[in-house]
Design a protein around this ligand. Sequence first.
Ligand SMILES: Cc1cc2nc3c(=O)[nH]c(=O)nc-3n(C[C@H](O)[C@H](O)[C@H](O)COP(=O)(O)OP(=O)(O)OC[C@H]3O[C@@H](n4cnc5c(N)ncnc54)[C@H](O)[C@@H]3O)c2cc1C
Length: 596
Amino acid sequence: MPTYKAPVSDTVFLLNDVFEYARYANAPGFSEAPIDVVEAVLTEGAKFVEEVVQPLNRVGDLEGCTRHEDGSVTTPKGFKEAYKALVEGGWVGLAGDPKYRGQGLPHFLAALFSEYEISSNLAFAMYPGLTNGAVAAMMAHASDALKDRYLPKMTTGEWTGTMNLTEPHCGTDLGLIKTKAVPQPDGSYAITGQKIFISAGEHDLADNIIHLVLARIEGAPAGVKGISLFVVPKFLPDAEGKPGERNGVVCGSLEHKMGIHGNATAVLNYDGAKGWLVGEEHRGLPAMFVMMNGARLGVAIQGLAISEVAYQNAAAYAKERRQGRSLKGPAEPDKPADLLLVHPDVRRMLLEIRAFNEAARALLVSVALAQEEALASPDPKVRQAADDRLGLMTPVIKGVFTDTGFANAVKAQQVFGGHGYIAEWGMEQFVRDARIAMIYEGANGVQALDLVGRKLPKDGGRAIMGFFGEVGQFLAASKEEAALAPYLAGVQTALGHLQQATMWLSKNGLADPNNAGAASTDYMHLFGLTALGYMWARIVKAVLARQAKGESNPTLDAKLTLARFFGERMLPETGAHLARLSAGAATLMALPAEVF
Ligand SMILES: Cc1cc2nc3c(=O)[nH]c(=O)nc-3n(C[C@H](O)[C@H](O)[C@H](O)COP(=O)(O)OP(=O)(O)OC[C@H]3O[C@@H](n4cnc5c(N)ncnc54)[C@H](O)[C@@H]3O)c2cc1C
């Protein structure tokens, strides 16, 4: 059975030492959470998920969710009790608005806590994750009346939320949505249609489920400009706000799927269900994007979180399992064989995962802090810069963290050999669970297109120029630090590759859009590696500063080796990405359809 220990001290190190959390001390959004509060919340949250949520990961996978004849759904044994404890502990509403019974702590803290929750049990963590996304969309776009009716229960997690975009014929291309909304005399709409693949779409964890549904008002223009957003509760709240009459939405079936068995992936049939418009008519997609952007960050965290828990278990196994002898002769001659850990190739797998995880966590912290500033800073310039960074980084971390998270789950499984393939050790579950993160919330190919097609050119390239400026300035300012210099060369090269790739795209992508499409996935990974290399440089700077004060411990000191490993063996991939993307689209597009 896999185990998990939340990396609280690493998160706190990143906040304190790398991102100098003290700088934010009195800033709006942060002032409620000085670092000792942050650390205490993360420590308590870690304890909760390790003790209550993680033990349900395996049972959730084995048992899955069950749909009954009446359309109701039962979650795996123990989920209901654990979810109740999660709600009662205030964990769902950690960053919720106190006006709606939230805890009022910063959003970045909830994001950092969610890494631990997801590592413990991805399928379980999706229930509160989707609820928080629905709350964010309603906070931004719903009328006060709708907020008052739904948010006090959704913020705490007593009622859960869902996002309903996908239909049988329409996944990536939301312009094809058919679900229709007919205006009613009382100001509500009758919603009719079928939504598929709806995560947490039906379950027994909460008294009510509040669906956010994209639908087309009768007579609306075709395409994405004719889509509106509706809130559709499973039970219509009565005059006292309690779940009342059953609404016309039922779970027609549950999907049988590769992983995340503990999360109910539902087909939802809407048959004249009562819904209320959120935001303006035909402006549903921008409103839903609040939820989708939050969910993209949440899914990025899923990639890191699975990678972390898979690493922890693979490292523990490599320190116990004995096979073969060290290439340099027996390391422990008195034992029948040496530990797996003596073999360079086993170490390669472990270090590739760990060198990703620690830098990815740093990048997550930087993005989460940017999100907080984008929401709360009173300074419009700070808000704009943070918003630029958040927008630019969202597709990068969604795509890179989840592609790498899955690859890392496979690597961790490989460390177990055949024992990773059988179910007993739990490693194959991580592989199966991690796979979905590359697909939902916009498949990774679509994230890459969003990056090159929308985020790069937006506002004349302001966000990407801001990133180049920041990394360039860091490198220039750090050059003179002799101890740091050896860690910077690789980042400088990677930055150069990214700049060349960006120039190549601006020239060749405009000339032929297929060039942009063909380059997009390589560009996204080139960007991700560069950003992770930059994170390692910043981590090294912080480690050296601590060491200069006489501090030293194995975990701290190991970061220098991990940074070197990343620079020597992972960052050079940027060159291959640049070479590939510069080849353009010609060969990709050359073959006629009949030869496929
Ligand atoms: C377990 C699970 C849970 C889910 N949860 C939810 C949920 O809660 N709510 C919800 O609404 N949906 C949910 N989904 C749906 C999910 O978001 C979609 O499956 C996903 O967006 C892809 O859509 P699709 O499956 O129709 O694939 P398609 O859109 O048919 O795409 C197929 C492939 O083609 C590529 N592609 C498509 N269009 C383009 C393009 N224009 N350019 C380049 N490449 C393209 C895609 O990248 C993908 O690789 C879930 C799906 C699953 C499997």
